[in-house]
Design a protein around this ligand. Structure first.
Ligand code: OAD
Length: 246
């Protein structure tokens, strides 16, 4: 492992353009449960029943109560961990250009990262389904569920539900960055949800070195990833930074 950390530190330092692709695993150490695996949200709920746009439209009250209200309580309390802080440090020191994140928790930005593409939208804002007005989630009262806009329309989180399109700007910019980077740091994602996972494949087929940080093997391991660093996201990031002298 030490050798792998040294190699990752060297590769990041020598790369011209480093882009990160992150998933729920990078926020686990901030107290936010992942979707898949042990303790994951999809162990308790069927994603197609709870996170598909059709389920939301058919029964918004149920989805709001189970998914959104629960997430609001957890995200409101979460603070960035060493992985988020480490990526912000990499950006600040010119060693990371952008982060493509599947997370909607805003923790990369809270840690100070400036260029964050929110591939699956954000939970920080709610959008009125009638007048399209955006309202910060922190200002939304959960006394009435589903909550309503001042115009009477129903609010929905500004996240991408299953069955919905990825925001066009996020998709195109992510594709461009994945094509152009020469190192992609993939952290805390099971790499099974498309099209997010294919950003690593695009990077690889465009000639980038793909480095993975995860607790366990993923479909990228040994195939798309040139090498994998197994371990907790925060601790692994700290070891890389220490090796880089940051
Ligand atoms: P998943 O929950 O599918 O995967 C989390 C990954 O993080 C797994 O591979 C874990 O092994 C790893 N992991 C867990 N704890 C970790 C830790 N402390 N350090 C490092 N790795 C750790 O999350 P995503 O890949 O982000 O989509 O899921 C992708 C999408 O599926 C989400 O954006 C969401 C979900 O349904 C939508 O909501 C549209």
């Amino acid at each position: 492992m030490d050798e792998m950390i040294q190699k990752a530190a060297r590769d990041i330092k020598n790369a011209r353009s480093v882009v990160a692709l992150t998933g729920a695993g990078v926020s686990v150490e901030s107290g936010i449960p992942p979707f898949r695996g042990k303790g994951g949200l999809w162990e308790k709920f069927d994603p197609m029943e709870i996170a598909h746009i059709d389920s939301f439209l058919a029964n918004p009250e149920k989805v709001w109560r189970i998914l959104v209200a629960e997430m609001k309580g957890i995200i409101d309390k979460a603070k960035p961990n060493d992985l988020h802080k480490g990526m912000a440090k990499l950006e600040e020191t010119g060693n990371l250009s952008s982060i493509i994140t599947q997370n909607v928790d805003g923790l990369h930005q809270a840690a100070g990262s400036k260029d964050v593409i929110e591939f699956h939208g954000t939970f920080a804002m709610q959008r009125c389904m009638e007048c399209n007005k955006s309202i910060p989630t922190s200002e939304v009262s959960l006394e009435v569920i589903p909550p309503r806009c001042s115009c009477g329309g129903m609010l929905r989180p500004d996240c991408v539900f299953f069955g919905e399109m990825i925001p066009t700007d996020a998709l195109w910019r992510s594709r461009d960055l994945s094509e152009q980077c020469d190192l992609m740091l993939v952290a805390g994602t099971s790499a099974v949800v498309e099209p997010a996972a294919s950003m690593a494949r695009i990077a690889k087929s465009s000639g980038a070195v793909v480095v993975e940080i995860n607790m366990e093997r993923t479909p990228l391991t040994g195939r798309v990833a040139d090498y994998s660093l197994f371990g907790g996201a925060g601790m692994t990031m700290n070891r890389i930074l220490a090796e880089m002298g940051l």
